[in-house]
Design a protein. Structure first.
Length: 729
C-alpha cells in the first residue's frame, strides 16, 4: 500500500481522478468528495515516479503535468494509473526494468507500505487527466530520454524503426506499420544437448490491453524467416506485413547473435555442471540455487512443468511428518534413501538400483512411497484423490509400460523414481526393468532433426512397493546382477531379527500411520530445496568420501562376511549413502534435532540393511534349518547314493558337503527355484567347484558346497556327533 497525504483538502476533480486510478479516500465524505486529504493506492494501481534529481526532470515533468494527475513531493513526482491495461506479470516486469534503466520508477503489485507528503494537481487547462498508463509511456518515449533503447536495446535497423509498441518501415516520408514490437533478449544454449535457441518477445495488443508473449525458438527455426514470421502471426492481434517483417528479421537476428552472450538454458530440474564436471548450481522446482561465489548470470532457468512442488513450510514438515516418521526405523530409513537419491552423482562407487519395499496388503507400502514423495512434492499415489494437493504426482505405477517407466527414469533429475505395485506386469518385463534401471536409465530416441540420439545413462535410485520381493519374481534366466540392482526390504513382519523382537521393527503402527497420512497432505516439497542448499553449502569443504567409507565399515560390522562380495558391496555403499544424506540433513537443520539424532539416523539405515540381508540371503537361513535338522551327516561318495554326505575336503575347520539336486529341490520347492538359488551359491563363492562345462552326463547331479558361513550364524560342526549344532551364545 502507498498513501499520499496533502495539507489541504482535495478538489472533487482530484478525488475523482484518484478514484479512477484505483485510489481510495481515507478520510472526508467519500460520497460528496469533500474533506478528503489522504488517498491510498493498492495492487490495482501502477504508479510511475520521476525524481527531482533526474537529468531531464524539468522538461519531462513540464509535459506530463499538462496531461496527467500528479502528486508532488520535495524529492519526486508521482503519477498513478489503473493497471488493468497490463496483462500478466511479464509485461509489468519488462516495463519496470526498462524504466528503471532511465531512472524512472514504476511501482506495481508489490507497492511498498509507505506514506508520501505533498500536493496533488490536475492539468491546469481544466482538461480531464488521461487515465491510460500507455499514454504516460508515450510521452516518456517522445521525450527522447532513452526509453526505446532501454526496452529494445541501443540498436539501429536500416529502413526500420521501433516505437513503443510497433515496428515501422520508413522509406523517405512514407511510413507504414509492419508488426507489433518484436525483440530477442536471450540467446540460450540447452544445458543437456548444447542446441542453441533464441527467446523471442512480442508486445501484443488487444484493444487497450497489452501483454508480452515470449517463446523460445530453436536456431534452425530462427533462421527460417517464414517460420519465425508464422510464430509472430500466431500471437499478434494486429495487421502484419509479411514481406516487410521478412526483411526486418535478419536485422533482428544479426543484432541478437552479435551482441548477446549465450546463456545456459536450464529446462529441467537437477544439477548443473561445468566442463570439468564441477557443480555450479541446482534447479529445484522453478528455482536455481547456486554454489557459493558463483556468477548467476551464466544460467537462464525456464522450467515449464517442474516435478517438484511445495505446500507448507520446512518447520511444518518437521512437526507434522518427521515427528511421527522418526518413531519408525523403516520409514525413517526410507526417507534417507529418498534424500540419498539426490547425491548419487557426488561420490565414487555409487551405482543405480531399485529399493523394493514389499509386504502384505494394507501394510502401508504406498504410504511409505507417499512419505518419501513428501520430500520433493505431491504425495498423491496413483488412484488416490489429488484434491488439495498441488503439483504433478511424483509416484508412478508399474501398470505403465516398461518403456514408459524407463522414459520417466531418463527425465528424472532429482530424487528417486517412485513406482507403486511393482510386479503387476509380466516377470520378463520386471527382469528387464530392474536390470536396465540398475545400469543407468537411458534410451535411444530421435532428435528434432530426425537423427538418432543416445541419451546419457543416468545414475538413479528407484523406490518401489509390492506384495512380493523382486528375487521371488525374476525369471530363472534373469541376469544374476538383478539381485544387487533390485534391493528387497521386507516390511511384512515375517522376517526374524537377530537380537531383536519383531515388535521393535513393527511396520506400521496405526498411530504413526494416521499421523503421517494427515501430515503428508498438508506439508510437502519443502525438504528438497533446503537439502540442496545444504549440499551446496558443504560442497566446497566437504569430506563426504571419508564419511562414506566410515559408514560402509560400520554397516559391514553388523553383517556376515559373505555379504562383502562385489555385488553386495555396492548395496552396502548405497545404504551408507542414505546414512550420510541423513547426517547432512541433520547438521544443516533440514531434519530437526528435536526428532532425530545421529544415532537414530544410523539405526534406521541399519534396520533397513538388516531387512535386506535377511531377505537376500533367506535361502541360507532355510538351508541352515535343514542342516540343523539332520542328526548325522556321514562321509560318503557318489557311489553311496546319499542325498547329502560329507566330502573329505574341509574349509575353515568346517566340512564341505555334497548335496544332491533332488535334495535341494525338496529344500527349495518350486519350478526352477534350485537353478536360481544355485546361481546365488556360485556368486557368493559357496560352491567348491562351479566351473562351466563340467561333465555330468550319466551322473546324479550334486552340489559341492562350503558351509563355513554357518560359523557366522552361530552354528558349529561337532566331529563327535557328526552333525551341526547351534551355539548357545
Amino acid at each position: 500500500m502507498m498513501r499520499f497525504l496533502s495539507n489541504s483538502q482535495l478538489s472533487a476533480d482530484i478525488v475523482d481522478a484518484a478514484h479512477l486510478a484505483g485510489g481510495k479516500a481515507l478520510d472526508g465524505d467519500t460520497k460528496q468528495l469533500t474533506g478528503v486529504t489522504s488517498v491510498e493506492f493498492g495492487e490495482s494501481t501502477v504508479i510511475f515516479s520521476v525524481p527531482t534529481i533526474h537529468s531531464s526532470y524539468s522538461s519531462l515533468v513540464r509535459v506530463l503535468e499538462k496531461k496527467f494527475l500528479i502528486f508532488k513531493t520535495s524529492k519526486e513526482v508521482f503519477f498513478p494509473f489503473d493497471n488493468s491495461n497490463f496483462e500478466g506479470e511479464q509485461i509489468l516486469r519488462f516495463f519496470q526494468k526498462a524504466l528503471g534503466r532511465i531512472k524512472v520508477s514504476m511501482y506495481v503489485g508489490n507497492i511498498p507500505a509507505s506514506t508520501e507528503y505533498g500536493s496533488w494537481a490536475v492539468p491546469v487547462d481544466g482538461s480531464e487527466p488521461k487515465v491510460d498508463p500507455f499514454d504516460f509511456l508515450r510521452v516518456v518515449e517522445a521525450s527522447n530520454i532513452g526509453l526505446l533503447e532501454s526496452m529494445y536495446g541501443d540498436r539501429a535497423y536500416p529502413g526500420f524503426e521501433l516505437s513503443l509498441d510497433t515496428i515501422r518501415f520508413r522509406k523517405k516520408d512514407d511510413v507504414k506499420d509492419v508488426a507489433p514490437s518484436l525483440w530477442i533478449d536471450q540467446i540460450l544454449r540447452d544445458s543437456e544437448t548444447g542446441e542453441v535457441f533464441g527467446r523471442v518477445n512480442i508486445l501484443s495488443r488487444s484493444g487497450k490491453k497489452y501483454r508480452v508473449v515470449s517463446e523460445v525458438i530453436s536456431n534452425g527455426d530462427l533462421q527460417e524467416i517464414k517460420v519465425l514470421a508464422e510464430k509472430v502471426l500466431s500471437v499478434a492481434t494486429s495487421v502484419v506485413d509479411r514481406k516487410s517483417l521478412g526483411q526486418f528479421i535478419p536485422h533482428l537476428l544479426r543484432y541478437a547473435f552479435n551482441e548477446l552472450e549465450a546463456r545456459i538454458w536450464v529446462r529441467s530440474e537437477g544439477w548443473q555442471l561445468d566442463d570439468k564436471s564441477n557443480i555450479e548450481a541446482c534447479a529445484v522446482g522453478c528455482d536455481l540455487f547456486y554454489a557459493p561465489n558463483f556468477n548467476s548470470d551464466k544460467y537462464f532457468i525456464d522450467i515449464k512443468s517442474p516435478r517438484l512442488s511445495q505446500v507448507g513450510t520446512l518447520d511444518g514438515w518437521n512437526d507434522l511428518v518427521l515427528a511421527p516418521v522418526s518413531k519408525n526405523p523403516i520409514l525413517m530409513g526410507a526417507l534417507q534413501l529418498g534424500l540419498a537419491a539426490s547425491m548419487v552423482d557426488f561420490l565414487p562407487g555409487i551405482s543405480s538400483c531399485i529399493f523394493n519395499f514389499f509386504g502384505g496388503a494394507g501394510r502401508g507400502k504406498t504410504l511409505l512411497l507417499s512419505t518419501v514423495a513428501s520430500l520433493y512434492g505431491n504425495t498423491a499415489a496413483p488412484g488416490q484423490s489429488t484434491v488439495g494437493r498441488a503439483g504433478k504426482s511424483i509416484i508412478e505405477t508399474f501398470g505403465s509400460t516398461q518403456r514408459a517407466l524407463q522414459a520417466k527414469g531418463q527425465q528424472l533429475s532429482l530424487g528417486p523414481l517412485l513406482v507403486d505395485e511393482i510386479g503387476s506386469n509380466g516377470f520378463g518385463e520386471l527382469d528387464t526393468f530392474v536390470y536396465e534401471i540398475g545400469n543407468g536409465s537411458n534410451r535411444t530416441r530421435l532428435n528434432s532433426s530426425g537423427d538418432l540420439q543416445e541419451s546419457t545413462p543416468k545414475t538413479l535410485f528407484g523406490m518401489t512397493s509390492g506384495e512380493k520381493p523382486i528375487i521371488s519374481m525374476i525369471s530363472r534366466n534373469a541376469p544374476q546382477g538383478v539381485l544387487d540392482r533390485g534391493v528387497d526390504i521386507n516390511i511384512g513382519g515375517d522376517v526374524s531379527f537377530e537380537g531383536q523382537d519383531d515388535e521393535d521393527f513393527a511396520f506400521l503402527p496405526s498411530d504413526i500411520k494416521s499421523a503421517v497420512s494427515v501430515g503428508i497432505q498438508k506439508q510437502y516439497g519443502t525438504v528438497a530445496p533446503a537439502f540442496i542448499k545444504a549440499l551446496l553449502a558443504e560442497m566446497a569443504n566437504q569430506a563426504w568420501d571419508g564419511e562414506l567409507k566410515a559408514l560402509v565399515s560400520d554397516i559391514h560390522e553388523v553383517l556376515p562376511s559373505y555379504v562383502a562380495n562385489d555385488g553386495a558391496k555396492r548395496v552396502v555403499v548405497r545404504f551408507a549413502l542414505a546414512a550420510l544424506a541423513g547426517q547432512v540433513a541433520l547438521r544443516n537443520n533440514v531434519f530437526s534435532s528435536k526428532y532425530v539424532n545421529k544415532e537414530s539416523i544410523m539405526h534406521s539405515v541399519l534396520v533397513c540393511t538388516w531387512l535386506w540381508y535377511t531377505t537376500r540371503w533367506n535361502h541360507l537361513q532355510v538351508l541352515e534349518e535343514f542342516l540343523l535338522s539332520k542328526s548325522r551327516i556321514s562321509i560318503g561318495s557318489p557311489k553311496s547314493k546319499l542325498a547329502i554326505y560329507r566330502h573329505k575336503d574341509q574349509t575353515d575347520g568346517m566340512p564341505t558337503l555334497m548335496i544332491s539336486k533332488a535334495c535341494l529341490e525338496e529344500i527349495f520347492p518350486g519350478n526352477g527355484r534350485v537353478e536360481i538359488i544355485s546361481k546365488r551359491f556360485k556368486e557368493d563363492g559357496l560352491l567348491v567347484r562351479a566351473e562351466a562345462g563340467r561333465n555330468t552326463v550319466g551322473k546324479d547331479p550334486y552340489y559341492h558346497m562350503r558351509v563355513s558361513w554357518l560359523l557366522e550364524h552361530g552354528v558349529y560342526w561337532s566331529e563327535d556327533d557328526e552333525c551341526f549344532l547351534k551355539s548357545d551364545d
